[in-house]
Design a protein around this ligand. Structure first.
Ligand code: CS2
Length: 489
């Protein structure tokens, strides 16, 4: 079977949507750090649509910050890949053309910095996951002792972190008399533009105060809320795509039909016409962010831990279990009062739609995938909500069960005594505590509450919260996730 590429585009079945613009004439304007599946199913699709609407110099150069595999898959395909949208009613496939090239940062960091500093680069977007920001998740501040930050301060011209790369690119632009690019954070962090700007300026100040002031005066860091459920691509997906294309594609992405993008419209050097293809350009992203991080991601994480413990492999299976569907309703009723609804949005309808998205039988989103990196996710997904509910004296039973399920999960033992592959920057710390304290729910929860990067200094002192979590954790150990959730009513 021949490979998808510019040369084979013409031989694709006529039913398959292809880039509707002159791709040979496309030149770069965006550098994207962290070209994983999510970006290719979101930013790159929005950009592909915008290029069809109005052609311009907005091609994307992707950069992988760790491994070469994405480049190795995409290069032979001239950056082309297919996007398989899985609706409950059946799949739909298209080929995306907005990615022009992929660089691998560790192979040649100078080449990537050169690309960031190039005059035609007007936007540098990022999806590097929560832990890619080298910050303290509880406070949002730069971890100056993070090994990648220490490395980048010692090697400012050959950085390896996203923050170090952005600052190197901005420093080179300043030296060349160019304006800064817009840095566009597309990760699930609260006030993500604001957080990124703080981290970039903190890092720049460690190099040169003048640089930090120049960035503060001239830089642009729009906040964004990004949404689309994108499970990891499997071998079965690759085989299905080959059948549909009649060509081999080593790098397809899979996603649900729904997509949303709310973007603060503050760009330093222009942007594609994303607003004409469904992006919402807004002055205040915060209400969208609260809605999405708390209602979608908060529920996703809680369900991932509970569902995994109960033996559900996917979100569709876990949310299709009536006990966990009821749990989600209870959880959402605790979260909704803390979320200011974006204009024109009915939050009950939003959660109804969320349940349908979670239950989409065509999407196999593994609970294990979402369970990853909980230490970096819980603060913005669940703990902010819990703080507000505690202050209001409002019930938090369901929210506390989400946290207890995370604690049970990070012990590394499932309900049948099998090992859990816990992926988290703090996995070794969890394992130490679990080894020392076993299934003593009070002692173990107290030890985990002591991780200030997750819980801050305040939550361990909130006895209503710690008591509820310890009680739930004990029930999880004694009765299991399903019975514990069922008992919440
Ligand atoms: C998920 C998100 O992996 C996770 O933690 O909660 O990736 C989620 O699917 C997206 O944010 C949906 O937009």
């Amino acid at each position: 079977m021949t490979r998808l590429s510019s040369a084979t585009l013409a031989s694709l079945p006529a039913t398959i949507r292809q880039p509707g613009y002159d791709r040979a004439a496309l030149t770069p304007g965006i550098v994207h750090l962290g070209l994983g599946a999510f970006a290719r199913a979101h930013l790159c699709e929005f950009t592909d649509d915008a290029l069809e609407r109005e052609f311009g110099a907005w091609g994307i150069i992707g950069a992988s910050l760790q491994r070469p595999d994405q480049r190795d898959r995409l290069k032979p395909q001239d950056g082309l890949y297919s996007f398989l949208k899985r609706a409950p009613s059946g799949p739909e496939i298209r080929v995306i053309g907005s990615v022009l090239d992929v660089l691998v940062a560790p192979e040649n960091p100078q080449a990537l910095v050169g690309c960031l500093a190039a005059p035609e680069t007007r936007i540098v977007s990022l999806t590097v996951t929560e832990k890619g920001y080298c910050h303290d998740p509880a406070t949002g501040r730069l971890k100056a002792d993070h090994p990648d930050i220490v490395h980048d301060l010692e090697n400012p011209d050959a950085p390896r972190s996203a923050i170090g790369l952005i600052v190197a690119g901005l420093a080179a632009r300043r030296a060349a008399g160019l304006a800064p690019f817009t840095a566009l954070c597309c990760d699930n962090l609260p006030s993500n533009g604001h957080v990124l700007s703080g981290l970039v300026r903190d890092f720049a100040a460690l190099r040169d105060d003048g640089l930090s002031q120049w960035i503060e005066a001239n830089g642009a860091f729009p906040s964004t809320m990004v949404d689309r459920i994108v499970p990891a691509t499997t071998d079965a997906d690759i085989a299905e795509v080959a059948g549909l294309l009649g060509h081999e594609d080593a790098a397809p992405v899979i996603g649900e039909p729904f997509r949303q993008w709310a973007v603060e419209d503050v760009f330093a050097m222009g942007r594609p016409r994303w607003h004409e293809v469904g992006a919402q350009m807004v002055t205040e992203v915060a209400p969208f962010e609260f809605m999405k991080l708390r209602l979608l991601n908060g529920a996703h994480s809680s369900l991932a831990y509970l569902g995994y413990l109960a033996g559900h492999e996917t979100v569709a299976a876990a949310s299709g279990d009536p006990v966990f569907a009821r749990f989600l309703h209870g959880l959402w009723s605790e979260i909704i009062p803390t979320v200011p609804a974006p204009q024109g949005v009915d939050l009950s309808a939003y959660t109804r739609d969320l349940l349908a998205r979670f239950q989409n039988p065509a999407i196999r989103h593994r609970t294990w995938q979402i369970a990853m990196d909980g230490s970096q996710k819980l603060p913005q997904r669940l703990l902010g909500t819990i703080r507000e509910r505690l202050k209001a004296g409002a019930p938090i039973d369901h929210l506390a069960l989400g946290i207890a399920a995370w604690m049970a999960y990070v012990t590394g033992l499932d309900e049948k005594g099998g090992a859990i592959d816990v992926r988290d920057p703090l996995a070794a710390e969890f394992a130490l505590r679990a080894k020392a304290l076993g299934r003593d729910a009070v002692a173990l929860s107290a030890a985990l509450f002591g991780i200030a990067a997750v819980f801050g200094d305040d939550l361990p002192r909130e006895e209503r919260f710690t008591g509820l979590v310890a009680g739930h954790l004990d029930n999880l150990f004694q009765k299991g996730a399903k019975a514990t959730a069922a008992a919440l009513g």
